[in-house]
Design a protein around this ligand. Structure first.
Ligand SMILES: NC(=O)c1ccc[n+]([C@@H]2O[C@H](COP(=O)([O-])OP(=O)(O)OC[C@H]3O[C@@H](n4cnc5c(N)ncnc54)[C@H](O)[C@@H]3O)[C@@H](O)[C@H]2O)c1
Length: 430
């Protein structure tokens, strides 16, 4: 086993719950061998930041699209990283020297790819939403614990100093007791049109792209990027941009389990095109706290708005017994007291590089990952619950301990999804 790999493994083997890592001087030295899977829009953002770092050595880029793979390999080479381009995640996982893998694939690959990576003993950075359904999100959490690896979810607001400051205020009681947290996603998306199935482009390994999702023809308005608006690959815009704000709401509420009750309505009230998830959505959920009190979570989505809502395009509001805090996690926040007196405000940009640094520090020296799998699972799970309500037009009673929908046998199976039978990436135990 190469020395660098041994050093990083040594650090993780000392973990007790997958999140605490012993400090070793050797693990803090050298450049950590890493890989990136999924080199599209967000993957390229990661790639540019990672290749600029002095503390990692990018050894693989992996993509199902040969054109994107070639473009990524060039960016890496220009940044001084001699990467091996591959189109199959398993080739990355087979290389024992790789310590950590970034996943910026479409959502249906997140938990399956993350679980395979954790089971290969490697640390996982996985984009949000970290799951495509509630059950596989829980399996991702368990894979991190079982393998004693760090899992960091791509909700970089958690490593953004402005947002951290807001959370300190909330947790220190600046607005009193927070009874309601709201998240919204209000922006102008585009019409995806209506297309018929066609042959995939020659540069795309479409079977690899689809992976464990049910077999379906290729549609040119899904790949790349727009797959997030289709049932089999994404969780709509709530699981896409919305999940950032859902996650901030959970953070403010200190929420590390799924809600007890969920209701949501929504639909395609604006776009006349192929996209399947709602463009207009409103969800309300209740969380029964350990203190015997119930908190409320609200989510609003209008992805046809050529204006921003309450000052921020994608935002949060926390309503407390003494004041409220309104925030756009990429912009800043304002804290109001009684009679709407502005008490404090702060501005600042989101810190993706800082999120990478926190992940690497968690591997190297036991710093706590800011966006651990459990936080990602809860935020993604809330999106899945809201989406189940919208698709079925039913209210859900949910048991956060067993993570099962209760009292409605017809809904119970919706905590999972259908996988392609026998595919190598289907998570075990799903
Ligand atoms: N954290 C953020 O702020 C942020 C912002 C944008 C996107 N994202 C997330 O990043 C992820 C990617 O989004 P995107 O907009 O870049 O999508 P995209 O479609 O542009 O990129 C996905 C890439 O993954 C590749 N891919 C698909 N299946 C693969 C497989 N089996 N193996 C290897 N590569 C595979 C595709 O070919 C494509 O290049 C999504 O989960 C999205 O939610 C996060």
């Amino acid at each position: 086993m190469p020395a660098s790999r041994r050093a990083f493994l040594h650090a993780s083997a000392a973990s007790t719950a997958g999140l605490a890592f012993a400090k070793t001087s050797t693990a803090a030295e050298g450049r950590m061998p890493i890989a990136l899977v999924g080199c599209g829009g967000m993957g390229t953002n990661h790639l540019k930041l990672l290749t600029a770092r002095k503390d990692v050595e990018l050894k693989y880029v992996c993509d199902a699209d040969a054109n994107r793979l070639a473009a990524a390999a060039k960016i890496a080479a220009d940044g001084g990283h001699g990467v091996t381009p591959v189109n199959d995640l398993r080739k990355v996982l087979d290389d024992k020297s790789i310590v950590a893998v970034w996943h910026a694939t479409p959502d249906h690959w997140h938990s399956p790819g993350g679980i395979l990576t954790a089971d290969a003993g490697k640390h996982v950075y996985v984009e949000k939403p970290c799951s495509h359904n509630i059950r596989e999100g829980r399996l991702l959490v368990e894979a991190g614990i079982r393998n004693k690896v760090v899992i960091q979810v791509g909700t970089q607001a958690r490593s953004t100093p402005t947002v951290q400051e807001a959370m300190k205020r909330l947790h220190d009681g600046a607005i009193g007791e927070i009874l309601v947290a709201k998240a919204w996603n209000s922006q102008l998306r585009r019409n995806l049109g209506k297309v018929k199935p066609s042959d995939p482009p020659a540069h795309l390994d479409y079977a690899m792209w689809q992976g464990m999702a049910p077999e379906a023809p290729f549609y040119s308005n899904r790949v790349p990027g727009m797959w997030r608006f289709f049932f089999d690959y994404g969780a709509g815009d709530m699981g896409n941009d919305g999940v950032h704000n859902v996650d901030v709401a959970c953070w403010g509420l200190n929420l590390l389990q799924l809600p007890n009750r969920a209701a949501a309505l929504g639909g395609k009230h604006f776009f006349d095109d192929d996209q399947q998830w709602p463009d207009t959505q409103c969800a309300v959920m209740e969380i029964d706290g350990a203190d015997g009190k119930t908190r409320q979570f609200i989510y609003e989505q209008r992805i046809w708005s050529p204006y921003v809502q309450e000052e921020y395009e994608n935002g949060n509001a926390f309503y407390g017994t003494k004041g409220m805090l309104v925030m756009g996690h990429t912009v800043g926040w304002k804290l109001y007291g009684e009679r709407n007196k502005l008490i404090e405000q702060m501005t600042g940009r989101v810190d993706l590089a800082g999120h990478h640094t926190n992940f690497l520090n968690a591997i190297r020296n036991g710093e706590k990952p800011n966006a651990p799998a459990i936080a990602g699972h809860v935020a993604a799970g809330i999106c899945h619950l809201a989406n189940i309500c919208v698709r079925t037009r039913k209210t859900i009673a949910f048991d956060p301990k067993s993570e099962q929908i209760v009292g409605d046998a017809a809904l119970a199976g919706m905590v999972k999804r259908k996988y392609r039978e026998g595919h190598w990436a289907v998570p075990k135990g799903v």
